[in-house]
Design a protein around this ligand. Structure first.
Ligand code: URA
Length: 230
């Protein structure tokens, strides 16, 4: 990011401190300039020129994070809901403004690739029903597949309980009797579990292996990396 921002605004937006605290942190030498230029709270600075405790700043606003969500974590900002996916990120990132949010949600019991961002326009684009990003899920099933599921899911006629329109065509790849990969382009509530329920089966475990062209690579459960999305 080459644009210049007031120092206090920059540090406040990244969650380092309140805007008022900047003057004191400057006096204490906690905030410095890479080229030792003098700084005041209202100095216009470039993100890459500022050090906090001698370290480069966290990624600027517009951050995109690829996380390997573990089972047991919830895609919510509400502390009352148990362990949150945000708990897996640095504590300071919770205080960023704009806030980091998940791109859609994975259930508490689902693991796999989860994107998070503070970019509202990107979030809107990727979660809009018009934007059909293909997402792959690896499902373990309670009962053996019957053989007609691939055609039913591909038909574009499958109705889910309580919904007014059928699911868009989805691609099922059978791995064995009780394991399958399902590629969907929508993001309805509990969609994969409900699709299997609609054909008389039950998902025992679910893992998202890809989102568009993105995959987890060797990222371990609970890990994340900051990515360039475009
Ligand atoms: N479908 C589900 O059932 N659960 C998820 O978390 C994502 C898709």
């Amino acid at each position: 990011m080459n644009s210049k921002t007031r120092l206090d605004k920059l540090l406040g937006s990244l969650g380092y401190c309140s805007r008022k605290e900047v003057a004191e942190l400057l006096r204490d030498g906690i905030i410095t300039h890479t080229e030792n230029l003098p700084l005041k709270s209202d100095t216009k600075v470039s993100h890459e020129h500022i050090l906090f405790e001698g370290e480069p700043l966290d990624p600027p606003v517009g951050i995109v994070i690829l996380m390997h969500k573990p089972v047991g974590y919830v895609c919510s900002h509400d502390d009352g809901e148990g362990r949150l996916v945000y708990d897996l990120l640095p504590e300071r990132w919770r205080r960023r403004d704009p806030k980091i949010s998940t791109v859609g949600r994975l259930d508490k019991d689902t693991s796999g690739l989860l994107l998070l961002t503070d970019d509202g326009a990107l979030l809107h684009r990727l979660t809009s029903p018009k934007h059909h990003v293909p997402k792959c899920y690896e499902a373990t099933l309670d009962r053996p597949l019957k053989g007609d599921e691939e055609a039913i899911f591909a038909s574009g006629t499958l109705m889910l309980n309580g919904e007014k329109s059928p699911c868009l065509p989805a691609k099922l790849t059978v791995i064995d009797d009780t394991h399958a990969r399902l590629e969907i382009t929508e993001g309805r509530y509990h969609q994969v579990r409900r699709m299997f329920a609609a054909v008389g089966n039950h998902v025992v475990s679910l893992h998202r292996s890809s989102f568009g062209d993105l995959t987890l690579g060797d990222l371990k459960a609970g890990g994340y990396r900051v990515i360039k999305y475009f």
